[in-house]
Design a protein around this ligand. Structure first.
Ligand code: ZN
Length: 239
């Protein structure tokens, strides 16, 4: 009886002999139960007081879909990164190899290698590398947003990093832009598309034709970049 790996340790249901584990999120605002597969696996969103039986019934009703989608997710998912010398991370769409290097205190990029202190434990390497990626992300994102806002004759927006799991960027009514630090792993063309998208929201706080017109003025081939980002997003949301 195959056991399908858990997205996290969560509830498990037996669907026709397949043990499917999922993450259950209960929220007050929700009125219906819904099933979703994202980069972390199967998620069930349910109202606060939905009985477990109703959740089980829905999963059984959609068993074929659930099993197929969970299998796809498992096949698509790269193996978890082990934080040791030789491991590979991505920066601006290009691979960077982690390398323990005597005498290095803070992570340091040398061409396609990121050198780190050999005395660090894997957890410290992981947090050091995440921190380092965020340090690369902020000036890169800020620079793109500044350039695009200048092209639209707008003042440079305040940009900050977000830690969202499902969104690449957002633009607040107060003019502040947030961009997901994980995007720094993706190709520059996608980073600039997200920046252009959020900057265009400073003009149009909606997704109207006028909004897309502003995006196209900044990034003429935005549609291809947007499609590629949607298709490949799961690869960059794992860290
Ligand atoms: Zn938008």
């Amino acid at each position: 009886m195959p056991l399908l790996a858990a997205p996290e340790s969560g509830p498990v249901i037996d669907l026709g002999g397949q043990h499917i584990s999922y993450t259950l999120q209960r929220t007050r605002r929700r009125h219906t139960i819904s099933l979703l597969i994202d980069e972390r696996g199967l998620r069930v969103a349910a109202p606060l007081k939905a009985p477990q039986r109703a959740i089980d019934d829905l999963l059984r009703l959609h068993a074929v879909w659930v099993i197929r989608k969970v299998r796809d997710w498992q096949q698509k998912r790269p193996p978890p990164l082990s934080w040791v010398s030789g491991a590979q991370i991505m920066l601006y769409g290009a691979p960077v190899t982690l390398e323990a290097y005597a005498g290095i205190k803070l992570p340091q990029l040398q061409q396609d290698r990121l050198l780190f202190d050999p005395q660090l434990a894997p957890t410290a390497i992981e947090s050091g590398v995440r921190h380092w990626l965020k340090q690369q992300a902020l000036p890169c994102f800020t620079g793109h947003c500044r350039d695009y806002s200048a092209q639209l004759d707008l003042p440079a927006p305040a940009v900050r990093l977000s830690n969202a799991r499902t969104r690449w960027g957002s633009c607040h009514a107060n003019g502040r832009i947030s961009m997901n630090w994980r995007l720094v792993q993706a190709p520059m063309a996608w980073i600039s598309y997200v920046a252009a998208h959020e900057v265009a929201h400073l003009r149009q706080m909606n997704h109207s034709p006028a909004f897309w017109h502003a995006v196209a003025a900044l990034v003429p081939d935005y549609a291809e970049r947007r499609a590629a980002l949607r298709r490949e997003a799961h690869r960059y949301l794992l860290l």
